[in-house]
Design a protein around this ligand. Structure first.
Ligand code: ADP
Ligand code: MG
Length: 343
């Protein structure tokens, strides 16, 4: 009798499981793609084509991303950030709430990392040929390096609510490390505000996800193998992770770099030296609830290098994965908090 009961229960459970997908068969993964911030976006929402169309979701996404660009892109000459950078005034400027939110978090991470993340480092980025003012790929002289370094430092920047000011007229802010992640956060918030709670948002490699795929499985993310191929054509999976309801950010110097005199120069600058980082850490992946924070932290840890970065990540209870290049191939290390996300 007991056995029959159990079998019945099991049969019922199997029937339920079989019914579940068909009850929701109208829901699929609707893919929304486009371009923003000099890169691409790929968004998957678990919904129906009709709902996505009636919500005008893609138009809304493009509109919020355009707003982020108009506030924080150094590639747009009349954006809010560009107007601040171009201004010779040290008087406070009233800025938008979004711009203030990204600045506040970037400054917090800058202070937490004792200046390893420094959003005023832009002139050095440009000097090494990675910013909007792209230059020939040459190594700058010590004199130019010293005069450029005199222009940087978070101590010269002051944010008070929505009031932003600088102590030196030629201070230059570059939010490349956090603005893309912020874009992901505002898109995720927009999707949720439209009543959709299962999604994956990706802008130029920065991701944030929530809930389940239309099949009922958790979203899985593949971390790329670090292959020294700037074209990005050769790609392979290194590790699969299940980040749950979090953002995932990877910073790596294996795609964006130039070579001169047989040396590789990364687009990530160590503010302590004014020079591109030069160590064996090739990529850092961070998992955190906010994409803006994960984005900023992955760059911070990249600047620090594997040893200091790992200690910092452990001390601050961060979920981080480090991939270093050694004589014997790639070496992977992760924090205690990262372990739970490994598949
Ligand atoms: P990617 O995701 O392309 O690997 P990151 O998110 O790591 O890039 O950000 C790298 C960009 O951040 C650089 O191109 C530069 O504009 C800026 N940057 C470089 N070094 C620093 C630094 N120490 N602090 C803040 N921003 C930096
Ligand atoms: Mg980053």
């Amino acid at each position: 009798m007991n056995t029959i009961k159990l079998m019945l229960i099991m049969a019922f459970a199997i029937t339920l499981a079989a019914c579940f997908p068909s009850n929701n068969s109208a829901k699929t993964e609707v893919l929304l793609q486009g371009r923003t911030m000099g890169t691409t976006y790929n968004i998957k929402v678990v919904s129906t084509l009709e709902q996505v169309a009636s919500l005008k979701l893609q138009e809304k996404i493009d509109a919020v991303l355009q707003q982020v660009n108009q506030e924080m892109s150094t590639y747009i000459p009349d954006s809010e950030i560009s107007r601040f950078n171009q201004s010779n005034s040290t008087a406070a400027m009233e800025i938008s709430t979004g711009f203030a939110r990204v600045l506040k978090e970037s400054i917090r991470l800058g202070e937490l990392s004792a200046g390893k993340l420094d959003i005023t480092v832009g002139p050095l980025v440009n000097l090494w040929g990675f910013g909007p003012e792209q230059r020939p790929e040459t190594v700058p002289s010590e004199e130019i390096l010293a005069s450029t370094r005199a222009r940087i430092g978070l101590k010269n920047l002051h944010l008070n609510g929505n009031q932003l000011s600088k102590d030196i007229p030629n201070l230059y802010i570059d939010l490349s490390t956090t603005a893309k992640g912020y874009g992901v956060d505002v898109v995720a918030e927009l999707i949720e505000a439209n009543g959709i709670s299962n999604y994956l948002v990706e802008i130029g490699g920065e991701m944030r996800l929530k809930g389940f795929k239309h099949t009922g499985e958790l979203w899985a993310i593949a971390i790329e193998k670090p292959i020294l191929d700037p074209s990005g054509e050769q790609r392979a999976v290194h590790q699969v992770i299940i980040p749950k309801d979090n953002a995932v950010a990877t910073s790596g110097d294996y795609r964006n770099y130039f070579e001169a005199d047989g040396q590789r120069f990364s687009h990530i600058i160590d503010p302590a030296t004014g020079k591109p980082i030069n160590h064996n850490l090739v990529s850092v992946t961070v998992i955190a609830p906010s994409s803006m924070t994960a984005d900023g932290l992955s760059t911070t840890l990249m600047v620090m290098g594997a040893e200091q970065g790992l200690t910092f990540a452990q001390d601050n209870n961060l979920a981080a994965l480090f991939i270093s290049k050694t004589e014997h191939g790639f070496k992977e290390r992760f924090t205690v908090k990262f372990k739970q996300y490994l598949k």
